[in-house]
Design a protein around this ligand. Structure first.
Ligand code: RIB
Ligand code: CA
Length: 312
């Protein structure tokens, strides 16, 4: 029985690969819809890029909704320096022909959770948590209906990638993240601690190219672009595929391991705004609220990803 999910996303090359992996895995995942949020690039571009990816995957049947165009109560911070001005720099892909679905993404999230049995829909946020938090504020009744949240965001041992202490998705909308982490919903967190192990080395990127398909070449070209930032900054062997860790977890959870701990969000301090304060060593009496993933079988992750992308 495939898991029903909503992917909330700010594509972003790594978001794109996460969406492709989900669409290539119908036995495990049924994508009810994709909701775009402002993050890596402004909303108009994330909503466009999500449709570009659906068309690349040959899945124009998946509705794509535009959501919030800025954080709850802060100006938008974007990441063109990482993802390029289109947010999907690298491959040359045609503009989408599929239209945006009617209605706001937040209302789609609310309506979908109300229309399905409680505990049967998983939310998979891959960007700032603005759409999710707005839906919870607008319709608190849906909170208890969410099966699980599996998100990419945060960092502890790996510390920040947009500030010394904060990871981008949390940093852009820390108040939204605070609402989500205090919701009481089961949350699985894919922080930089694990995503920085999911590196697209040249050998792994060659395996994408060797698929010799539209998707294979597009993913390799996205990675060629996307990896510059991380190689320059970290001297790493390649781009960390952050968001596909979320989709891979849904397909093969035992590739990953972590700890169920307390994670709270810094929303006051200018110095550490957006930090995920993870009580990894259990030094507080704050109750655990998140499965904080720290490790991945990186080769197993890439073997799965490459095998599934070959299906598209
Ligand atoms: O910090 C990495 C996260 O920020 C990823 O989701 C990337 O796509 C950006 O949204
Ligand atoms: Ca993202």
């Amino acid at each position: 029985m495939p898991r029903k999910i909503i992917i909330d996303t700010d594509p972003g090359q790594d978001d794109a690969v996460a969406i492709l992996l989900a669409l290539a895995s119908p036995e495990e995942i049924e994508v009810l819809g994709i909701t775009a949020v402002a993050g890596n690039v402004p909303l108009e571009l994330t909503a466009k890029n999500a449709r570009i990816v659906c068309e690349l995957a040959g899945h124009t049947d998946v509705p794509v909704y535009a959501g919030c165009d800025r954080p709850l109560n802060r100006p938008l911070v974007t990441a063109e320096h990482v993802h390029g001005k289109t947010g999907l720099d690298g491959p040359v892909l045609p503009d989408p022909e599929m239209p945006l679905a009617e209605g706001h993404a937040v209302d789609f999230i609310i309506d979908t959770l109300r229309a399905h049995e409680p505990g049967t829909v998983t939310l998979c946020p891959l960007g700032p948590l603005t759409n999710i938090a707005t839906a919870f504020r607008k319709a608190p009744d849906i909170i208890d209906r969410v099966q699980e949240i599996v998100l990419m965001g945060g960092a502890y041992f790996e510390v920040g990638n947009i500030t010394p202490t904060a990871e981008f998705n949390i940093y852009v909308d820390p108040e939204a993240a605070d609402i989500v982490f205090k919701s009481g919903i089961r949350i699985v967190v894919m922080p930089l601690d694990v995503t920085h192990d999911a590196l697209v080395t040249p050998h792994r990127n060659d395996a994408f190219r060797a698929l010799d398909s539209k998707v294979g070449h597009a993913v390799a070209e996205m990675t060629d672009f996307f990896e510059r930032f991380d190689i320059e900054k970290y001297g790493s062997e390649g781009a960390p595929l952050h968001d596909p860790c979320v989709t891979a977890y849904l397909i093969k959870p035992d590739l990953f391991s972590g700890r169920h701990i307390n994670v709270e969000i810094e929303t006051q301090s200018e110095l550490t705004l957006g930090m995920t304060v993870a009580d990894w060593w259990g030094v507080t009496d704050r109750s655990p609220n998140a499965m904080f993933i720290s490790d991945v079988d990186a080769q197993g992750f890439f073997d799965l990803l490459t095998e599934r992308l070959a299906r598209l």
